[in-house]
Design a protein around this ligand. Structure first.
Ligand SMILES: Nc1ncnc2c1ncn2[C@@H]1O[C@H](COP(=O)(O)OP(=O)(O)O)[C@@H](O)[C@H]1O
Ligand SMILES: [Mg+2]
Length: 149
């Protein structure tokens, strides 16, 4: 499956939300069980859609939504648990420290972060950075910009 990572590094266009989900689902199968994913992209780019696919790939049954009132949610799964963090409303490093998320930087927790720019200095050096965006209407792109592997 290293093919998938190569394709992601080159950048992939998806033509529906479902296609973005299945892409993320395939990625979930090759991710280390302690991976941190920094999902960069504007509102509507497909970050949450991508996390839905990750969850599915990890065998997680609970539904993934945009956390409006919560900063993060934990979804337990049989392979790994998925921690979904929306950093949008975080203002500074102290706020992220108070969440004590360090506990989720280890196996078997996969941490997926929306608006990672907000907590850039907190993110581990080994984080996988993705850019997501809209090309046109249903066409969105996903690109892996940096990964530890
Ligand atoms: N190819 C695509 N990939 C991802 N989402 C798409 C695509 N085409 C249309 N969409 C729609 O775009 C929206 C993306 O929203 P969302 O995943 O919540 O974005 P974000 O979390 O980045 O704000 C969803 O309504 C989704 O159905
Ligand atoms: Mg979102």
């Amino acid at each position: 499956m290293p093919d998938l990572l190569q394709q992601l590094r080159a950048g992939l266009t998806t033509h529906s939300a479902e296609e973005t989900r299945s892409l993320a689902e395939r990625l979930a199968h090759v991710l280390p069980r302690n991976a941190t994913l920094a999902l960069h992209g504007d509102l509507g780019a497909g970050k949450t859609t991508f996390v839905q696919g990750l969850a599915h790939g990890l065998g997680i049954q609970s539904s993934i939504t945009s956390p409006t009132f919560t900063i993060f949610t934990i979804h337990r799964g049989p392979i790994a648990s998925l921690v979904h963090l929306d950093a949008y409303r975080l203002e500074n490093d102290r706020q992220i420290d108070s969440l004590m998320l360090e506990d989720f930087l280890i196996t078997p927790y996969i941490l997926a972060v929306e608006w990672p720019e907000k907590i850039a200095s907190w993110l581990p050096e080994t984080a996988w950075h993705f850019s997501l965006g809209i090309t046109s209407e249903q066409n969105h792109f996903v690109r892996l910009d940096k990964s530890a592997a």
